[in-house]
Design a protein around this ligand. Structure first.
Ligand code: ADP
Ligand code: MG
Length: 386
């Protein structure tokens, strides 16, 4: 799960990480009031779940409260396109109005899990600001890494090593150590999968402050963090994926036109591959799961056909834990209830497959049966193209 910059900053602050003063709002008038309180000079920052906002025109400096109101009214409602949003962009609903700080240096610090080493890795760079991806690609030697042994935690000497390599001195050096430890505590305590501060600001006064903040969380751990789950912003997510998550269905929208309903992630991947191999493009990844109920099949179908890009559907179910007759009943009931117009190809295999096929045949609905994955894909792809 992703959250907004202002929310990440709220979390970090609880762990002693210094952040600029600021407040979030969806009203330009309120932006002016905030600027009067914390300004006069403020930065108005679009809150969307994507980086690169500065370059895309979503982060602007206001010299006074009136200008803050003006800028907020330009930014709120704008369709912000950045290198992370894709060409369609994201609509801005809220802005963070923040005190404008005096920048001396813009550094970088980020924490992720190194999957190969199975430990958190802390990465720091003196080349912070807007294009850390470029630094990583072109001058990787300018990114310093410290791997953390989960048993010992992030040790003092590791923090000092990073601060030293960033060229920090005196009180700034000390502040940085506290900052790094706070960031690491925030990362671990909230089961984050990413915590990234870019830029890590060194002010003209020598203070160390998180000027930007990004945190992502492990979805499987969110149960333990109701306060973080409350930060979820459904406006930022694909509506159809939100709907599917209500029923515990894994659904990912893709660019093609062949809707797929499959059980098991492996079979779902193989199904997408064979659709591509047959010259088509899947419209989604949909895993209805192992011990799926008839109700879940019905919901999956409803969600699948609600996508206007889906021109034909391929149901590919292996009845291992789930029985084919149960799936067949779910499909027939859904098709009747939803009055499905698109052509459907169904391939069932496994437990109770004969029963399942019989239910489909006797339903009076026009499913095309296929007995192999290849046949199913070769049937559905031309149907989607018609
Ligand atoms: P993004 O990474 O999405 O472009 P940032 O929050 O990193 O957004 O902002 C982009 C740039 O804007 C920063 O690198 C910094 O130079 C400037 N900036 C952001 N917030 C402030 C602030 N409170 N005071 C001064 N400058 C800021
Ligand atoms: Mg940034």
């Amino acid at each position: 799960m992703k959250i907004h910059e202002y929310q990440a900053k709220q979390i970090l602050q609880k762990f002693g990480v210094k952040i600029p003063q600021g407040e979030v709002t969806h009203s330009p008038k309120q932006a002016q009031k905030i600027a009067e309180k914390i300004g006069p000079k403020v930065v108005v920052k679009a809150q969307i779940h994507a980086g690169g906002r500065g370059k895309g025109g979503g982060v602007k400096l206001a010299e006074n409260p009136n200008q803050a109101e003006n800028l907020a009214s330009q930014i709120i409602g704008m369709n912000l396109v950045t290198h992370q949003t894709g060409p369609e962009g994201k609509k801005v609903k809220r802005v963070l109005v923040e005190e404008a700080l005096d920048i001396d240096r813009e550094l970088y610090i980020g924490i992720v899990i190194d999957r190969a080493l199975e430990t958190p890795v802390i990465m720091a760079s003196s080349e912070g600001g807007v294009e850390i991806e470029k630094v990583a690609a072109e001058t990787p030697e300018l990114i310093f890494k410290e791997y953390v042994n989960p048993a010992t935690g992030f040790l003092g000497y590791q923090a000092r090593k990073l601060a030293f390599k960033l060229g920090l001195k005196g009180d700034t050096f000390k502040q940085a150590l506290q900052f790094f430890q706070g960031l690491y505590q925030a990362f671990c305590s909230s089961d984050a999968s990413l915590a990234e501060i870019n830029p890590l600001l060194i002010t003209k006064q020598g203070d160390v402050i998180a000027l930007d903040a990004k945190m992502n969380f492990d979805d499987n751990a969110l149960k333990r963090h109701p306060d973080i789950l409350d930060m979820r912003d459904l406006d930022e997510e694909e509506p159809i994926e939100v709907e599917a998550s209500k029923y515990n269905l894994s659904y990912i929208k893709l660019d093609g036109n062949v809707g797929c309903m499959v059980n098991g992630a492996g079979l779902a991947m193989a199904t997408m591959d064979i659709i591509m191999h047959s010259g088509g493009m899947p419209a989604n990844f949909l895993d209805v799961g192992g011990g799926v109920s008839e109700e879940a099949v019905k919901n999956a179908f409803r969600i699948l056909v609600s996508d206007k890009d889906v021109k034909a559907a391929l149901v590919n179910i292996f009845g291992g834990i789930v029985r084919c007759d149960l799936v067949a009943n779910g499909i027939v009931n859904a098709a009747k209830e939803l009055d499905i117009k698109i052509p459907m190809v169904v391939r069932l295999e496994g437990t109770n497959v004969e029963k399942g096929k019989k239910i489909l045949e006797e339903s009076g609905l026009s499913f095309q049966a296929a007995s192999s994955m290849k046949e199913a894909a070769e049937t559905v792809v031309p149907l989607a193209k018609q």
